[in-house]
Design a protein around this ligand. Structure first.
Ligand SMILES: Cc1cc2nc3c(=O)[nH]c(=O)nc-3n(C[C@H](O)[C@H](O)[C@H](O)COP(=O)(O)OP(=O)(O)OC[C@H]3O[C@@H](n4cnc5c(N)ncnc54)[C@H](O)[C@@H]3O)c2cc1C
Length: 331
């Protein structure tokens, strides 16, 4: 590990803020994951940029963490530096329909509330999804269009105006939407180590009442179908969408809803979501992922590909036996 990098972070931000041996589980929505060697919370865009530049200049292995809603951190943790992005400033120019947010801003409620209370529409659909602005661009955040039609999937790229980036090469640029090469669950950020510093969204004036209606309806939709994060931690959908079939439907038809390995369970609410029943390890989740992949491969000849990212060092999948939960009624 780069001791020079750690020393430089200590000097730049003070040793109290450059923490050692911090367990990552509480910083993820799955509540799973071992310790990182070094942990730093960037409170401003400037701190984010400086810490990234130090890590790069000193060859200190680093990972940029949002709210940890799309990752599984290994039980052995992360060797190097985790920078948690807490740069959360938001400003709204209601006259010109522009909302600018720092990349660590929390999408819901903070960014959405700022837009809605200024009478600007275009991002209210994404209520209830745990995400920072940076994470939203990384994955091209998406959700169904408003009720009653819900006829299509809407993507964050549709309202992105531009973003300030610290590029892989170390330049600071303003990138337009085309730069991101957005797709389903994809942006160029998967393939380049660019860092989103801020993002500007182009929104349109709208009825606050109508937006509140969409917000309520979408929260209700989620509550009916998804496990509640506070009591049933998860990372959302585990596997990528399979056009025309649905990864969840295949897992369900393979008879795996309610299957548990250790503390990890394929929830009965939604077969593409695994939850931490308490004390789940990354090895339990890995074992459940392999089990689902194997069952769907054997039954349907289809390969399930994980949508989440695997961060840090992993133990082998746990050898604990799988079992169906008894406390839930079968469908
Ligand atoms: C209960 C639940 C429901 C969900 N529902 C949906 C849904 O309906 N639609 C949907 O699209 N997703 C959904 N997700 C997935 C998740 O919310 C999104 O992928 C979200 O955008 C992740 O953001 P994050 O801040 O947690 O990123 P993290 O998980 O912390 O990081 C994900 C990746 O983004 C990178 N990253 C983070 N910030 C930056 C930055 N500033 N610059 C460059 N790279 C960065 C990280 O390095 C990492 O590689 C759901 C997840 C959960 C837990």
């Amino acid at each position: 590990m780069s001791l020079q990098g750690i020393r430089q972070l200590d000097l730049e931000f003070g040793p109290d803020r450059v923490r050692r041996n911090v367990v990552l589980a509480p910083y993820t929505t799955f509540k799973i994951g071992g310790p990182t060697d070094i942990f730093f919370e960037a409170l401003t865009v400037d701190e984010l940029e400086r810490s990234i530049r130090i890590a790069r200049a000193t060859n200190l292995n680093y990972f940029l963490l949002g709210v940890g809603a799309n990752i599984l951190v290994g039980d052995r943790g992360f060797r190097g530096l985790v920078i948690r992005n807490c740069a959360r400033g938001i400003s709204v120019d209601a006259v010109n329909g522009l909302l600018r947010a720092e990349s660590g801003a929390i999408f819901y409620p903070d960014v959405i509330e700022a837009a809605v209370s200024a009478g600007l529409q275009g991002i209210e659909h994404y209520v209830g999804i745990p995400s920072t602005v940076g994470g939203a661009l990384w994955q091209n955040l998406h959700f169904l269009s408003p009720p009653p039609e819900r006829e299509r999937t809407m993507f964050i790229e549709e309202v992105l105006e531009s973003a300030e980036l610290l590029t892989e090469e170390g330049d600071r640029i303003t990138a337009g939407v085309d730069y991101f090469n957005f797709g389903y669950d994809y942006s160029i950020l998967h393939d380049r180590r660019d860092v989103v510093l801020t993002a500007s969204f182009r929104l349109t004036p709208g009825s606050v009442e109508q937006m509140r209606h969409t917000i309520e309806a979408n929260l209700e939709w989620r509550a009916e179908r998804h496990p509640p994060l506070d009591s049933e931690p998860s990372a959302g959908s585990i596997f990528q969408k399979i056009e025309g079939m649905g990864a969840g439907r295949l897992i369900d038809q393979a008879g795996l809803k309610g299957t548990r390995i250790g503390g990890a369970e394929i929830t009965r609410r939604h077969a593409n979501i695994m939850i931490n029943r308490g004390g789940a390890t990354a090895a339990d989740v890995l074992a459940l992922i392999f089990l689902a992949q194997q069952a769907v491969r054997e039954k349907f000849g289809v390969e399930l590909r994980p949508e989440i990212s695997f961060i840090g060092d992993f133990d082998p999948p746990s050898g604990k036996e799988s079992r169906r939960t008894e406390d839930d009624e079968p469908d």
